[in-house]
Unconditional design. Sequence first.
Length: 219
Amino acid sequence: MFFRTKFIKGTPLLQLVESYRNPEGQPRQRVVVSLGDAKLPPNQEQLIARCVEQHLLGQPDLLAAELSEESSAWVRRILQLVNRSKSARPVSRPVVDGVLLDAVESENVVQLGPQLVALHAWQRLGLTQILQDCQFNQAQIATAKLLVAARLISPSSEWALIDWAERTALPELLDLRITKASRPDAQQARIFEQLGIDWKGAFKPTKTYTQPAAICSAF
């Protein structure tokens, strides 16, 4: 909220204004209350406006200590004027612990719960040590973790496995980059050979496969 002075036929009109967004997400302004030609304490307009706004949002004590006695009196007066006029009340916004609930957004949400269970089972079984004894490096072990988790949580086709992985937190947790490839590189080929997979027969020129899908068959 903020104060602005509007002139009507040369007469100043002090208004408390609120900025908000309408249901279409467009920025709008509305007058909360008009104070006529009132004179607020010098350099206190912004603080008074913020204090009034916090009272209306259910946070009345955050700025009270910074207000002078005169400014506090203006806050009380403005709140009385707002409460008297139903049309002057600001747009209601749900607030919990200072968070505007209608302003909370989420994006790129990934699944985590089942993946944590799978990783815990992996740890309890000591599979990392077993693969290290087989001369697997960290990247190879991370790939194996992903594939075992996929088999436990959401068994799927070759292509669906990659899409599933991207919707989970596993690639980030394991520091693993998941891609679709038509032919394995030297690192991937080594993983296949260590797992006893005939990757030369699996990767045909006319088809595309994925490294994780091929390794899955070994588990």
